[in-house]
Each structure stands twice: as C-alpha cells, then as structure tokens.
Design a binder for this molecule. Sequence first.
Ligand code: NAI
Ligand code: 15L
Length: 276
Amino acid sequence: MTASASNTGDKPFNRLLLTGAAGGLGQVLREALQAHASIIRVSDISPMAPAAGEHEEVVTCDLADKAAVLALAKDVDAIVHLGGISTERAFEEILEANIRGTFHIYEAARKEGIKRVVFASSNHVTGFYPQNEEVDAHSPRRPDCYYGLSKSYGEDLATFYFHRYGIETVSLRIGSSFPEPRNVRMLSTWLSFADLGHLVERALLCKDVGHTVVYGMSANRDVWWNNRYAAHLGFNPQDSSERFRAQMEQQPKPAADDPSAHLQGGAFTQAGPFGD
Ligand code: NAI
Ligand code: 15L
C-alpha cells in the first residue's frame, strides 16, 4: 500500500491531492476518496462548489504556474491528477494546462517525495484505431487530437519519472465517464461513476504498479479495449451500459463516414484546425 509514513489514522493516506476537483469527475471523486484519506486537498483553477467539506482543504491553483503547483503538493502522500482541459482545443491552451501542467505535477511529486500518481489519461491516446480493432496498453499509440497528444505526453512523463525517480503511476485511459452514455459510441466506452471510484481506489492502493496503463470502461457488452496488462490492479467493473442500449439506439444513426461510427475516438478525430 502506498501510504504516508507519517499517517497514524485508520485510512491508507493522510493527505491526498485531487486536481481538477471542480470538474465533473472531480466532484465524484471528492466524495469517493473520503474513504481513503484523512484529508483531501481539492484544487482547481475554477471556483469549488460545494465549498470545502470537513475533511477537505481547498486550494485554487493554475496548473500552468510551476511555483504554485510545487506549493500545492506540500505534505501530500499521493496525487490524483484530473486537472486540465478535457476536450480538444487550440494547441496553445492544451500546452499550458495539460502539457506544462502535468510536468509541474511530476516535478512537484519529485521534490516532495510523493511516490504515487493516478493520472487521468484518455482513450484519445489511441483514438485513431478503428472500432473493430482490439487495442491494449501495448498497442502503438494513435493520438487523435492535440488533447490526445497531451495525454500521450502525460503517459511518457509517467514512464520517465518511474524509471528515473521511482514515482509510480497508474494512467487511466478513461473512456466516457458521465452519469449515462450519451450516444451509441458510448455504449462501448462508458465508465460509470461507481466503476470510476473503484478504478481510482485500485490505482491508489495496488502495490508495485510501476507505470501501469489501464482503460477505464465499465463491463460493457461490446468493448474495444483489453486490460490484459493491468490485471494486477484488480479492477473489476460492475456496471454495464447495456441498460441504456435501447434508448441510445433510438437516436438518429450517424452516417457511415461519420467518425463516430467507425473510429474509436469518434468526433475528436475531426476537431480543428484552430485559428486558420
Ligand atoms: P472537466 O473539464 O469537467 O474537469 C477538468 C477540470 O480541470 C475543470 O474543473 C477545470 O477547471 C480544471 N482545469 C482546467 N485547466 C486548468 C488549469 N490550468 N489549472 C487547474 N485546473 C484546470 O473534465 P472531467 O470530465 O471531470 O475529466 C477529468 C479528467 O479526466 C480530465 O483530465 C479529462 O481529460 C479526463 N478524462 C475524462 C473523461 C470523461 O469521460 N469525463 C474521459 C477521458 C479522460
Ligand atoms: C475524453 O477524453 C473527454 O474528456 C470526455 O469529455 C469524453 O468526450 C470522452 O473522452 C469520450 O471519448 O467520450
């Protein structure tokens, strides 16, 4: 277990840092992480709502600000890094929040002696695979946009900081984590909030992960990803998108050449260009 040497409580960690805590998944994990740490330091560039709970510390921080991120990680035992831009945008925006921001997180981990990071990567690291091809953590990456490239770089940072400094990471290539799937594509990519909570728990508590890459998906009927190289995590999703199938299949079908119908990354594969 990656626990604080100074932790004397009955929870595995004394203090966890959660970035992106004001976002959709941040809100979910603020609640779910309570079981694992005495204090959660919840951080975002945006205002936090609801305000700090009893076992939370709220710190407003721009991930692009290196000094601020170093201060943010003080006295932290592990980091769940969700913060950043979560869809496709112009490269310059992605550069600041995601590329520099994730570098700052790893530098802060190095300087503060933090040995475990859970990194919210994305299925868009491999978005240019066709939907009829099975992909696993060893498949060559095919990022489908600047956003996907930034997540791919985040995974490279994780590998480097493990080999160079012994900082372990579980990179979660999250599919589509929302209360419910929103379209037919998400019947394959959906990750329920309950399964997300379980996945993050395994990513924090599992021993000897080195740098493990795992796809974040529920136990859906038709999946494109195989987690054979992450079996040691013990991630055992319980939900399935199947109960939403009839409802999703009532939506108008995308045209045959629409990327949502044949590429794993769907619409992300066609975003941009920006600023022409
Ligand atoms: P979100 O967009 O709701 O939350 C991201 C949070 O990061 C926001 O609250 C935003 O204010 C914050 N942020 C953006 N730029 C920042 C900066 N410069 N400094 C500090 N904070 C900044 O996204 P969501 O859905 O909660 O996703 C969380 C993470 O999981 C993201 O990294 C996203 O890329 C990743 N992910 C999410 C998926 C999903 O289906 N929800 C799928 C794949 C990956
Ligand atoms: C992501 O990486 C995004 O953060 C999220 O908003 C979804 O669009 C998801 O991928 C997806 O592929 O559905």
